[in-house]
Design a protein around this ligand. Structure first.
Ligand code: HEC
Length: 157
């Protein structure tokens, strides 16, 4: 038998496309999602029985945390472009990953400027960047991650 059963199960036999070496799902669940959530959670418009409230960073350390999250998203975009994650994907994978890098710069700038409206707005763009790649590359069996709570609140605003 020309190809071992384990290799066959993992990659198929006689494939000519290299497969990604690293686990995209783990990167998404353990890093991309929590880091994006930190950004999305930083500015929110919440309505409850006591009225409308705006949640936003209250001190330099909190603003810094938002800026760090934004930069981290860019670094994760860079990671997604490396062969470990990109091997075997089409060219649009690089575009989607670059989209994350590009939006992370806007996100970091909004945080550096302490511009709440801009953070909220860029947060929506980040979600669109995630969704664009998922539309093409999320396996049909996977559950797409939920939109950020801030975006939900925005429609109720
Ligand atoms: C360059 C493409 C790409 C970008 C950009 C991207 N993802 Fe993903 N994401 C994937 C792929 C591919 C999977 C499926 C991994 C698998 O199941 O093998 C995935 C899966 C996930 C999952 C796990 C879903 C599940 O339960 O199986 C989460 C959560 C997630 N992404 C969050 C995000 C968030 C949040 C963003 C934006 C900040 C984002 N992703 C941006 C490609 C991308």
């Amino acid at each position: 038998m020309a190809c071992a059963m384990a290799a066959l199960l993992l990659h198929g036999c006689g494939r000519d496309q290299p497969v990604p070496a690293a686990d995209v799902r783990t990167l998404m669940l353990e890093q991309v999602q929590p880091v994006a959530q930190t950004y999305w959670d930083s500015v929110q418009y919440v309505s409850d029985s006591s009225g409308s409230h705006e949640i936003f960073p209250r001190n330099d350390a909190e603003w810094q945390r938002v800026e760090t999250a934004a930069k981290r998203l860019g670094a994760l975009g860079e990671a997604l472009k490396t062969p470990a994650y990109a091997n075997g994907r089409n060219a649009d994978w690089q575009d989607f990953a670059q989209g994350l890098i590009d939006v992370s710069k806007l996100a970091a700038q909004a945080a550096a400027e302490k511009n709440r409206d801009r953070i909220f707005e860029v947060g929506g763009t980040i979600y669109n960047v995630c969704a664009a790649c998922h539309q093409t590359y999320l396996p049909k069996t996977a559950t797409p991650p939920p939109p950020p709570s801030g975006a939900n609140a925005a429609t109720a605003r």
